[in-house]
Design a protein. Structure first.
Lengths: 363, 410
């Protein structure tokens, strides 16, 4: 049963999304699902693909207004989330500093490739270029080939995810302490601060971090299996269980079990692990992993996952009517608070309704 | 001075490795008081995963542990002992939120599951972040970041394109993605609690938050039964786009010509003005050839200089920073992104400040990650009001400790 609006955790919260690219649209996607009234001021035509709109825009109110009205809507909002270049908002007459002065409890979240200041603040970026600047790109792929981007526009998605959580933190502060803030979140910094152990290691002792591809070591990587690709990620505490699973008592010898000795026998063990994966199906491997408490996974495609029993049992997906037909997309990111699967509106469809509700006037 | 947004929020943090600790670092940066709880017999593995050679207390001198556990307080408690459990529940009663990333069945087995926590504090928020969630047919799968990435569809979307091989991200990407979402979940539950007076139990499956990161690919699969295309470093809407080798070893430049204007500027910059008028469709069709022309130019350039040249004429470009060069980036330096915090067991190194730049409240890392059990006295005697003599008893019984029992690697 879908929850009533007043049960939603962000019921009564008004969010103005300006800019229309992936970062702002993703940052406000979950806000809308958890009940905020998100008014999206469209970006340039074609800023999002149909697939992106199907995922990012359900439940949002889509408006087309003049810059003057946009300013009035910003002052009627609790949160403004934007992904324009530094200075773009001010050029529209919505200088964040001035908005903050006019409404001290307002939170303005600015999502950019490089932040609001500094020598590269004005730099242009694609998701690829922003990802390159943040360090993750250099670590993905293999040394024999160039660094490789992961996923679809991950720099923008990562920026949007940070935008969601950071905006909520600032909004909580506004609710409790009565004062909002201006959040400056850069795609480069979001990535630069999460380079696992290789970032801090390089900072501490200068050790370089090569691209390790799919094989970090013999018991941590992705391997070809009978019907695609699957992987294992065994820490030392799981190593004995995984080696036992391989079925050859010889592999339980200290040269394979002991982490220090294992390094010397990496190639031999790697070849054995490769062979073990090669004749097993993904389903078989996942079952073995669960049964023996060994971290084993399988490379699934989104199409596989649309039929995944666990995800369906957990009601993970939302169904959305789109111009291209019904689409099933990831819905609530976590369980435990009521979520609303919203409808996909046409561009500008909600302009008058938002004017009336937020400004008390319609044109 | 302006308050940080989460000042006054207390969090009992049972999480280990990277996903959970990353979430609580973000929350600590925003002002929350975070109590990191580890057992003397089951400590956060990250403390000892990459030990410093010859360090007398490797669990207290890990750069990996430090970067993700700053600004927290350390309490050791053996939760498998009744006294450890009781003390934990006393602490939970003083906290707004408990966060854990155990496998799905562990919290209940320890006797500190949702019912026990709610009995300790009626409006508590519990955030559980097992890899595959607390329910569902796959809840018992064990998962670290790279496993999550495979099981969420992410790895299937990554590849060079000419060999059919899916790739994992070069970091355990599932962890920070789960952590970022968990930090938001904590705050969302606290916002809801202000209105309703009720706590919440958040069941966050790291696989599900990761799947969101490729959300549009699910629409493509649902609408057209499309399988992911491995674009390498290209983009179906942009041409040319790629990562190109520069002068020197392992020096790279990423660039994109996002529209006709950027392409015209790029073509002139690389000495190919005759190609400046080429429309997008043709650029797509002749992408390999354009790559060769661009690469011939970048091979003569240093990445920083090439990026600056291209940016001057309005082309999206950046050097590809590696784990070392990123610490020397002049832009990050100008923004004060790296900070050196003093540490009693280690020499200082560059650590990132908060990526959530509140321009008015200005969050700044305050303190290095806690030594093992460093705040046992402060928390047990101060916050929980236990008499000093009890500390000795608890230590003798192994309920608390100031060093892990039998630390090895991993």
């Amino acid at each position: 049963m879908s929850p009533s609006d007043s049960e939603l955790p962000l019921h009564g919260t008004r969010v103005l999304e300006i800019g229309g690219g992936l970062p702002a649209a993703f940052a406000t996607r979950w806000l809308a699902g958890y009940g905020a009234e998100v008014a999206r001021s469209e970006g340039p035509e074609g800023a999002l693909t149909g697939d992106e709109e199907a995922f990012l825009l359900p439940g949002k109110r889509r408006i087309a207004v003049s810059p003057g009205e946009l300013r009035a809507l910003a002052l009627a909002a609790d949160l403004v989330v934007e992904d324009g270049a530094p200075g773009a908002l001010a050029a529209l007459g919505l200088d964040p500093l001035e908005l903050r002065r006019a409404k001290p409890e307002l939170v303005v979240t600015s999502l950019t490739p490089f932040g609001q200041n500094g020598p590269h603040a004005g730099w242009r970026a694609s998701s690829l270029a922003a990802h390159a600047a943040g360090g993750i790109l250099s670590l993905t792929g293999v040394m024999a080939r160039p660094p490789l981007q992961n996923g679809l526009q991950q720099a923008w998605m990562l920026l949007g995810l940070n935008g969601f959580s950071a905006s909520l933190a600032a909004y909580y502060g506004a609710l409790v302490h009565g004062e909002g803030d201006w959040l400056d979140v850069s795609a480069q910094e979001c990535a630069a601060g999460m380079l696992e152990y290789v970032g801090p290691r390089a900072a501490y002792d200068g050790t370089p971090a090569p691209r390790l591809g799919n094989r970090v070591n013999a018991i941590w990587g992705i391997f070809a299996c009978a019907d695609g690709y699957a992987g294992v990620c065994a820490l030392q505490r799981q190593a004995p269980a995984f080696l036992a699973l391989l079925g050859d008592p010889e592999l339980l010898a200290p040269r394979f079990v002991d982490p220090v000795q294992r390094v010397q026998h990496e190639a031999e063990l790697g070849a054995r692990v490769e062979r073990w994966f090669a004749d097993k199906s993904k389903a078989e491997l996942l079952e073995l992993g669960a049964k023996h408490k060994v971290p084993i996974g399988a490379v699934m495609t989104p199409l596989d996952l649309l039929g995944n029993a666990s995800l369906l049992e957990r009601a993970f997906f939302d169904d959305t009517a789109t111009p291209a037909g019904p689409a099933r997309v990831p819905g609530r990111p976590f369980l435990g608070l009521p979520w609303r699967a919203g409808a996909l509106a046409r561009p500008g469809a909600d302009t008058d309704a938002v004017r009336r509700a937020w400004l008390g006037s319609a044109r | 001075m302006k308050k940080l947004p989460l000042e006054g929020v207390r969090i009992a943090d049972l999480s280990m490795m990277w996903a959970g600790p990353y979430a609580t670092r973000l929350l600590a940066e925003m002002g929350a008081e975070v109590f990191k709880i580890e057992s003397p017999r089951a400590w956060d593995n990250v403390r000892t995963l990459l030990p410093q050679p010859g360090a007398p207390e490797p669990w207290n001198s890990s750069y990996y542990f430090n970067d993700y556990n700053r600004d927290k307080k350390s309490l050791t408690l053996d939760l498998s002992q009744p006294r450890g459990r009781a003390l934990f529940l006393e602490l939970a009663a003083q906290c707004d939120c408990v966060i854990e990333n155990y496998r799905a069945d562990v919290l209940d087995k320890l006797g500190i599951g949702w019912d026990a926590l709610r009995a300790a504090r009626a409006d508590i928020v519990l955030v559980s972040m097992a890899g595959f969630g607390k329910t569902g047919a796959e809840r018992n799968l064990v998962g670290f970041g790279p496993i999550i990435e495979q099981m969420a569809g992410m790895a299937s979307t990554t590849g060079y394109g000419d060999d059919g091989i899916p790739y994992k991200t070069g970091i355990s990407y599932g962890d920070p993605i789960g952590g970022l979402a968990a930090a938001g979940a904590v705050v969302l539950a606290l916002i809801a609690r202000r209105r309703t007076g009720r706590g919440a139990w958040i069941d966050l499956a790291q696989r599900e938050t990761m799947a969101q990161m490729i959300g549009p690919a699910f629409a493509a699969a649902a609408l057209r039964r499309e399988l992911p295309t491995h674009y390498g470093n290209r983009d179906p809407r942009i041409a040319p786009q790629g990562v190109y080798a520069c002068a020197g070893e392992e020096r790279w430049l990423a660039l994109s010509a996002r529209d006709d204007g950027e392409w015209a500027a790029l073509a002139r910059a690389i000495g190919a003005p005759e190609l400046a008028g080429m429309p997008l469709a043709e650029r797509r069709a002749r992408h390999d050839e354009l790559d060769r022309r661009i690469a011939a130019w970048t091979r003569t350039q240093a990445p920083d200089a090439a990026a600056a040249t291209l940016q001057r004429v309005g082309v999206a470009a950046s050097p590809v920073h590696d784990a070392n060069s990123i610490h020397d980036d002049p832009h990050l330096a100008a923004r004060g992104y790296w900070l050196e915090l003093s540490h009693p067991k280690m020499s200082a190194w560059k650590q990132p400040v908060s990526s959530w730049r509140l321009l008015e409240a200005r969050p700044t890392p305050r303190r290095h990650a806690p030594l093992f059990g460093e705040h046992n006295r402060e928390i047990l005697c101060g916050l929980l009001g236990r008499p000093e003599f009890e500390l000795g008893e608890l230590e003798a019984a192994g309920v608390i400790g100031s060093a892990p029992v039998n630390p090895g690697i991993g």
